[in-house]
Design a protein around this ligand. Structure first.
Ligand code: NAD
Length: 508
């Protein structure tokens, strides 16, 4: 399939969207599609720069209606037998797979992520996230604590109540599933605010969840800009917990507002992850991984290995192999199943990445644009060529700042100590990968690497059962795994006097 025409795109869109969102994308509040407050915005197809669909903005009063619907729904949802919630989750996973094509098309049109990835990896991953958390709905339990004689002390796990979930545009469907599944599995009701760049697949997911049996109010979706709709959600007094994924700058702002309201908050923020390659590895394998991490999703992955920390003795061989492999990377129309890399998300992001590419030159690093299979003809889309910088200083912007595009900073090392110093020379601390055949060295490096995730001889390995989260400017709190359960619940300590209890002041 290779569809460039506006009409074909509109037909694809129409077929994929829920009926209630075909003329305009609406907000899903209390189990119904709600019309706009009067304002709307346009989402753009990043592969052409053309408008894609008009979306109704949820203003403050609609955000309040959504949090009210959630507040009214969550107790009954939590009171359901865990098995009943699990059954609904299995239905959601089934519904996601049944709407595989529609969900994939929506994310590809909206985010420019290649259809081959959205169809296979993203849809399957979203379904599995719901299946994993179906397994925790009736396994959440407290503890009996041996306290003073005459007392029984038990801990009771309770949902936080209303969760405000705010997500970015890079993997719209899986970002939504990552927030919704653990929050809803643990008895919360959620108000989800997707990115204004990519609001479409969340509409279909809401419809799927509704048809799967999620009661009205347990899942709500509000659309609009971060500064208005997003901030209204964070400030809303009914919201007890904010689960945010996005940039470090916005994360800071949200943490400050949540702090004022003393709300619980988890933050999954930016990254500048190192890929550390020693000279004892299979260079071909490491080169393929480094290239994949750099260019997949156009470099718009929070854990992308955007710093290559490489043993000086293999640097040239590794880069030569990356150049060779890059020739086969097809960049082009994301709807074409042969395309491996699509456009960046927006003109703003395109200009930002260009500014970083220019900054690298201005700061004196050596720039090389990779030769790829460039199938981009006469397009106004936001395509960018993968770029590698060598002769990089650690204080250069391209080494310090998150670019969120396919730009790699290469720094060579001679010793293991130098490798770890280079890798840790960052305010971020999301992920890092270590390539070595030496098991002891891998263990030493893993212990010293200041990141929340470490991959040894791999990149981007993910599983819903494995916790995910960063340190320092990459955020706080964890997603996924059983760890996510505790982030969406609170622990109540209940004391029962099982023997007659006398106050210390009681008369003898
Ligand atoms: P962003 O911070 O600009 O926006 C993220 C979300 O926050 C959007 O929905 C946006 O509308 C909303 N928002 C913006 N301002 C807000 C405000 N004042 N109050 C409330 N909400 C607000 O990020 P982005 O450009 O959409 O995404 C890219 C960033 O996300 C990168 O920094 C990337 O590293 C990060 N990210 C992190 C992870 C992770 O797991 N650590 C995963 C994916 C993306």
């Amino acid at each position: 399939m290779n569809l460039d025409g506006v009409r074909e795109v509109q037909e694809l869109l129409r077929d994929a969207l829920p009926a209630g969102c075909r003329d305009i994308g609406r907000n899903w509040i209390g189990g119904a599609w709600v019309d706009s407050s009067g304002t709307s915005f346009e989402t753009i197809d990043p592969s052409t720069g053309r408008p894609l669909h008009r979306i109704a903005v949820a203003d403050e009063s609609q955000v309040a209606a959504a949090t009210l619907a959630a507040a009214e729904a969550y107790e009954a949802w939590w009171a359901l037998d865990g098995h009943a919630r699990a059954t609904i989750f299995w239905n959601i996973a089934k519904g996601i797979r049944e709407k595989r094509r529609e969900l994939a098309v929506l994310d590809t049109l909206d985010a420019g992520r290649p259809l081959r990835d959205t169809t296979s990896r993203d849809v399957e991953r979203a379904a599995r996230i719901f299946e994993f958390f179906a397994g925790v709905t009736d396994r959440v339990r407290g503890a009996l604590i041996p306290v003073a004689p005459g007392f029984r002390n038990v801990t009771v796990m309770e949902p936080q109540g209303v969760v405000g979930a705010i997500i970015p545009w890079n993997y719209p469907l899986t970002n939504a599933a990552t927030k919704l599944a653990p929050a809803m599995a643990t008895g919360n009701a959620v108000v989800l605010k997707p990115s204004e760049e990519t609001p479409l697949s969340a509409m279909l997911l809401a419809q799927i969840a509704h048809e799967a049996g999620v009661p009205a109010g347990v899942l709500n979706v509000v659309n609009g800009p971060g500064a208005t709709t997003g901030e209204a959600l964070v400030r809303d007094p009914r919201v007890n917990k904010i689960a945010f994924t996005g940039s470090t700058a916005v994360g800071r702002k949200i943490a400050a507002i949540a702090g004022e309201g003393l709300k619980s908050v988890t933050l999954e923020l930016g990254g500048k992850s190192p890929c550390i390659v020693f000279d004892d590895v299979d260079v071909d394998g490491a080169a393929a991984a480094a290239l994949f991490s750099l260019v997949s999703n156009q470099g718009q992955t929070c854990t992308a290995a955007t710093r290559l920390v490489v043993s000086r003795s293999v640097q040239e061989r590794l880069l030569a192999r990356m150049r060779e492999l890059a020739l086969k990377v097809r960049v082009g129309n994301p709807l074409d199943m042969r395309t491996m890399v699509g456009p960046l998300i927006s003109r703003r992001q395109f200009e930002r990445v260009q500014r970083y590419i220019d900054a690298g030159v201005e700061e004196g690093a050596t720039k090389e644009m990779l030769d790829v299979d460039w199938a981009v003809e006469n397009s106004d889309g936001y395509f960018v060529r993968p770029t590698i910088y060598t002769n990089v200083g650690v204080n250069m912007k391209i080494h310090r700042e998150e670019i969120f595009g396919p730009v790699l900073a290469v720094t060579p090392f001679d010793t293991e100590d130098e490798a770890i110093d280079l890798a840790n020379h960052s305010n971020f601390g999301l992920a890092g990968s270590i390539w070595t055949e030496n098991l002891r060295r891998a263990e030493r490096m893993s212990a010293k690497l200041r990141t929340g995730i470490v991959w040894i001889n791999a990149v981007h390995a993910l599983h819903p059962g494995s916790p995910y989260g960063g340190l320092r400017e990459s955020g706080m709190g964890l997603e996924m795994g059983l760890e996510a359960v505790t982030q969406f619940m609170r622990t109540k300590s209940v004391w029962t006097a099982v023997e007659p209890w006398r106050s210390p002041w009681a008369p003898a």
